[in-house]
Design a protein around this ligand. Structure first.
Ligand SMILES: Cc1ncc(COP(=O)(O)O)c(C=O)c1O
Length: 362
């Protein structure tokens, strides 16, 4: 990419920044487009950011391969489309094989391509969003370069852009002067600040350390390790769990308990809770939305073959549990199965949850 801002403090903040850049770019050309296209496999933050950015979401379905349906995309393209947001590899862990065709089609109607970088760890050192035709890219540094998915903690979602979008970046950005010195400068047509200071500095420093510690070759091995772990695990689960898209995947894949639910009542949520009993962090469940009883498993490059094998053994053992065991998990954690619908609807933001619950009950 041509230039970047380090300011956005998370992936979702990067998305909003990217959409504001899209809007500023089109406005500078006297165009006021209204629609942004998003695949039905996208993360929920994508349509949320589109709405916050003042655009209307247009959903494009996935085809039988789990990739963007090209005919459906063509049918949605017109000069009211500001752009498309894509995660590549997508949330099914599949690389958009037609990305060059998608980029050409969207650019043909004057739209821009936004790259959701949540899955960037799959392609490090192998290919680059700019080469695929993307105009705007956010990187979830807290995922790709430091903290495995699910680790939580402070984030950083820098946004990088192609040359034509550079004048609109948030500022100030560091600029090298002719005499070789650096200074902070506001890009000519900046959308303004999106965060204080220059972003979440400590999260940036941690990601930078991870990059330096791995080096160029090491970063490619990060991608290779993540992809190998995920493919190995998918093979181990074949025959036990449903694999709706059972083809070579990137750093993650999606399994399902649809058949197990019919056979013995085991739901994706039960698998997640049972894994806690077995000492594993639960995978993302019920996402992406296009897969019934979805388990989105992303082992990452940091797990050893022994750990991934132990996870496979645990998942297979859970599938063979007596009926009802999954529904009563977790039984070994300080807090058992919570009523998640009630937790979401009756939010009690307090340090003393027990007292607050007693009070709300009385
Ligand atoms: C595909 C995808 N896009 C966007 C996001 C949002 O990133 P963040 O949590 O850093 O805001 C996530 C987070 O899990 C994601 O998986």
């Amino acid at each position: 990419m041509h230039s970047a801002t380090l300011q956005p403090p998370a992936g979702a903040a990067g998305e909003l920044t990217g959409l504001l850049l899209m809007r500023a770019y089109h406005a500078s050309r006297g165009e006021h487009r209204h629609k942004v296209i998003i695949p039905d496999s996208a993360h929920g933050t994508n349509p949320a950011s589109v709405t916050l950015g003042g655009y209307q979401t247009v959903t494009v379905p996935s085809d039988a391969r789990g990739l963007v349906d090209l005919d459906a995309l063509e049918a949605r393209l017109d000069d009211d489309v500001a752009g498309i947001m894509l995660t590549n590899p997508n949330t099914l862990g599949l690389f958009e094989e037609d990305i060059a065709k998608i980029a050409a089609a969207v650019h043909r109607v004057g739209g821009l391509l936004y790259y959701d970088g949540a899955n960037l760890n799959a392609i490090l050192g192998v290919t680059r969003p700019g080469d695929m035709g993307f105009d705007i890219v956010h990187m979830n540094l807290h995922k790709t370069f430091a903290v495995p998915h699910g680790g939580g903690g402070p984030g950083a979602g820098p946004v990088a852009v192609s040359a034509r979008l550079a004048p609109f970046l948030p500022g100030p950005v560091p600029a090298r002067r002719e005499d070789g010195t650096f200074a902070w400068e506001m890009p000519a047509r900046s959308i303004g600040r999106v965060h204080t200071w220059h972003g979440n500095a400590l999260a940036l420093a941690r990601a930078w350390s991870y990059i330096l510690a791995n080096g160029g070759d090491g970063l490619r091995r990060v991608a290779e390790g993540a992809v190998l772990n995920a493919n190995w695990l998918r093979h181990r689960l074949r025959g036990t769990y449903d694999l709706p898209y059972d083809r070579p995947n990137m750093h993650e894949f999606v399994a399902s308990t649809t058949s197990l639910k019919k056979a013995n009542g085991l739901r994706a949520l039960d698998v997640g809770k049972r894994l806690l009993e077995e000492g594993f962090h639960a995978p993302t469940v019920y996402f992406p939305l296009i897969v019934d009883e979805a388990l989105m498993i992303e082992p990452t490059e940091t797990e050893s073959p022994e750990t991934v094998a132990a996870l496979a053994d645990a998942l297979i053992a859970i599938a063979h549990d007596e009926p009802g065991v999954g529904a009563s998990a977790p039984r070994t954690t300080p807090v058992g199965r919570v009523d998640e619908a009630r937790a979401a609807r009756t939010l009690l933001p307090t340090w003393d949850a027990v007292a607050a619950l007693d009070q709300s009950a009385s």
